[in-house]
Design a protein around this ligand. Structure first.
Ligand code: DON
Length: 515
């Protein structure tokens, strides 16, 4: 809000928010992580995705997390320096400000620098996730000194100050991307990673580049959906599931059958995610075919009134829970918009912090398929398309999205690991079918099918008793997830009445503000 009031646009505000979240929500995203920023510039209608996803280090190998017998080594892709990809957030902040913003990088980073230097009182979720990652954080002296209180879990009200992070942010403010990827910060990052058994080099940092990508555009009964391109699976899976649903009679079906169809669409979308998707700079992915109406029609033909067992769909041989990452949605007075989902992957990423940097590194390497058919921390399977290779970006589910109907423009997204895409799908359908407003979409009870494991995971209350019975009678296995998941943020602009509405997920922290 301060940045907007100063004359900044939505893109400046997105940089300021990304940087501030890196400070106050270090378990979710940060300078040591990556993300996707979906931009819409009102002046000329330009829409693009800033791909600031982490890259595998140049010394990465396809079998780097397997032991001599080819078995994954527990924790190796999750904890410590070897789990970290080369971060993209600092480069993205610099690029977005310079190319699309109105203010300087120093102005956009100023609030974050203040928050890092002066500190802020920790809050319940910080405490809960620090406790969840206590062991890994304790293994990294710099992370422990920063995020813990004399080695112990800090009590509520503890003032978290991050002077090293403030100095790293100041170097970026002064020198742009070079303040992170070269010089003092780069030196400390590489030295720290190497000392802790990691494989980063100065060249990895120097060579890191964000990529401007064309978003995936889908349609649903005439509305336009704009979402993340590869290396996120989000847009493709969203397009594919919406296409399937467009060709099924969901509008004429009762609520239970409708949910059955949605689950079957999810199953097929996530099956193709596992089968075909990976970094398109490394493998060939026929995005046009996967997102075509013809392909969806063929997939719909296999959908009847009963659940299709996932193992009967040709795909990947089979073989937990995400509570972090972050999302924000911004619309400015000129109509510019940003939907951004940013991550360090697991809570506090790898929990490793190179000394003197204040930067906790991601463990996004776990988003690669470390062995065909072996699930990652979210149970997602994959194959060669998402195998590790030097410089490659791991496949993501992060799905910052715009929905554009005749009357409304919606900016939406959420964290939630593998469930991100199904959450965005469910909310999009509500919006596309004209049900409720922003508050309803973000609060909607959620259900999820990701092909494997072959179960419908759902929040309590997602199905009525009758719906549960219908689904079970038609071959679905249901599994209640005890904790609510997701933290969706939505902004809507109703063009005809020129009214703006916004809502923040009641499950998480967040605030919808209209100025
Ligand atoms: O890029 C991805 O898909 C994951 N690294 C996102 C992780 C996430 O959302 C965890 N939050 N619950």
């Amino acid at each position: 809000m301060q940045v907007l009031a100063k004359g900044g646009n939505a893109f400046d505000a997105a940089v300021a928010v990304s940087a501030a979240l890196a400070v106050v929500e270090p378990m979710g995203s940060g300078l040591g992580g990556g993300g996707f920023w979906l931009l819409h510039r009102q002046r000329d209608g330009l829409q693009l995705m800033i791909d600031g996803r982490e890259r595998a280090p140049l010394k990465a190998r396809h079998d780097m997390y397997l032991d001599k017998n080819g078995t994954p080594v527990p924790g190796l892709s999750l904890n410590g320096a070897l789990a970290a990809g080369i971060p993209g957030v600092p480069a993205a902040l610099d690029h977005i400000t310079r190319k699309y913003g109105r203010l300087t990088l120093a102005e956009n980073l100023a609030p974050a620098i203040r928050l890092a230097r002066d500190g802020f009182p920790i809050y319940e979720r910080y405490r809960r996730l620090a406790e969840f990652r206590l062991e890994a954080l304790s293994d990294s002296p710099a992370a422990a000194a920063t995020f813990l209180d004399q080695g112990f879990l800090p009590e509520a009200g503890f003032q978290l100050k991050q002077p090293d992070l403030a100095r790293t942010l100041e170097r970026i403010a002064a020198k742009g991307r070079d303040g992170f990827y070269k010089g003092d910060t780069a030196h400390k990052l590489v030295r720290g990673v190497k000392k802790a058994g990691g494989i980063w080099s100065k060249k990895d940092l120097r060579d890191y580049r964000i990529v401007e990508r064309k978003p995936v555009v889908a349609s649903y009964h005439g509305a336009r959906i704009v979402s993340a391109a590869l290396p996120s699976a989000g847009g493709i899976v969203l397009a594919q599931t919406l296409n399937i649903l467009e060709s099924l009679p969901i509008r004429q079906s009762g609520p239970a059958l409708r949910k059955h169809y949605i689950i079957e669409a999810m199953r097929r979308g996530y099956r193709d995610r596992a089968r075909y998707l990976g970094d398109s700079d490394f493998i060939k992915v026929d995005v046009d075919a996967l997102t075509s109406k013809q392909y969806a029609d063929r997939l719909s033909e296999g959908i009847g009134k009963r659940a299709t067992p996932s193992k009967s769909l040709p795909g990947i041989e089979p073989r937990r829970l995400g509570t972090d990452t972050t999302h924000f949605s911004i619309l400015d007075r000129d109509g510019n918009r940003v939907a951004a989902t940013l991550s360090v992957n697991y809570p506090f990423g790898s929990a490793f912090m190179p000394a003197g940097t204040g930067v906790v590194l991601n463990n996004e390497m776990d988003d690669f398929s470390i062995k065909p058919g072996v699930g990652n921390v979210y149970g997602l399977v994959g194959n060669g398309a998402n195998a590790i290779a030097p410089g490659k970006r791991p496949l993501s589910s992060m799905s910052p999205t715009f929905i554009e109907t005749e009357d409304a423009v919606v900016v939406i997204g959420t964290p939630g690991g593998s469930r991100i895409i199904s959450m965005v799908l469910l909310a999009s359908l509500e919006c596309l079918e004209g049900r409720g407003g922003a508050k309803d979409w973000v609060a909607l009870k959620r259900y999820h099918h990701q092909y494997l494991p072959d179960v419908v995971q759902h929040e309590a209350g997602a199905f009525t008793h009758a719906e549960e019975k219908f689904l079970e009678d038609h071959g679905h296995k249901l599994e209640t997830i005890n904790r609510n998941y997701g933290n969706m943020q939505a902004v809507v602009w109703y063009k005809k009445s020129n009214r703006v509405d916004a809502a923040s997920d009641p499950r998480g922290e967040g605030l919808a503000t209209i100025q």
